[in-house]
Design a protein around this ligand. Structure first.
Ligand code: SF4
Length: 199
């Protein structure tokens, strides 16, 4: 029997049964139903669940983000709770204090949500679109690679090294994303490659 009753509740609920002839007549199933009847619905039952990865460190724990709002109906989602993903093989539902405070990170007023650029000669950053940011990065990498790729070393051996562009990746990612990132960076010949976990 799966039931959590105080001694007082147990005695009250089973009182009628005690009046009967034996413990078997106490009607535990009725007590269980009575207990369940006053348990409120799980508060997150109607929320939208989104699986994600904690952004803080290379452990990359799985999280479930709960939000209000029906996205399918065009409503805007509002994040109300984040907890560890019990089905995730890395953390199995647990989160460290940083991960447990993720909602504050997501909702922080100082959080950057768009790329920012400080143009030459300017004393301030301005928000730019993701398209503009990607175009600028691609242009800069291409121009630098065209100008500075080292194709052969002093012994004439092909090395294809690019030492004038560096790449800083996030470690909070899946194996698949990390694999793709590694392939892109190394295929460009970039030598200076690091991330927050230094792996
Ligand atoms: S919950 Fe803690 S241990 Fe897990 S990824 Fe986030 S910061 Fe790292």
């Amino acid at each position: 029997m799966n039931i959590d009753l105080s001694r007082r509740s147990f005695l009250r609920l089973s009182g009628a049964g005690v009046a009967a002839t034996s413990l078997a007549a106490m009607g535990f199933h009725e007590a269980e139903a009575a207990e369940a009847a006053h348990v409120r619905d799980f508060k997150l039952a109607t929320m939208t669940e989104t699986r994600n990865i904690c952004t803080y460190c290379s452990v990359a724990c799985g999280v479930i983000m709960y939000s209000k709002g029906d996205l399918a109906a065009g409503e805007k989602a509002e994040l109300i709770h984040i907890e560890g993903d019990a089905d995730h093989p890395t953390n199995k539902g647990t989160l460290c204090p940083k991960g447990a405070a993720l909602k504050d990170y997501v909702k922080a007023e100082t959080r950057l949500t768009h790329p920012r650029l400080r143009r030459p000669g300017s004393d301030r950053f301005e928000e730019i679109s993701w398209d503009e940011a990607f175009d600028k990065i691609a242009r800069a990498v291409k121009d630098d690679r065209d100008a500075n790729l080292i194709e052969k070393n002093a012994d004439g051996l092909t090395v294809n090294r690019l030492t004038t562009t560096g790449y800083l990746a996030a470690s909070a990612t899946t194996n698949e994303t990390a694999w793709a990132t590694w392939k892109v960076v190394r295929s460009l010949g970039i030598v200076g490659f690091d991330n927050q976990a230094r792996v």
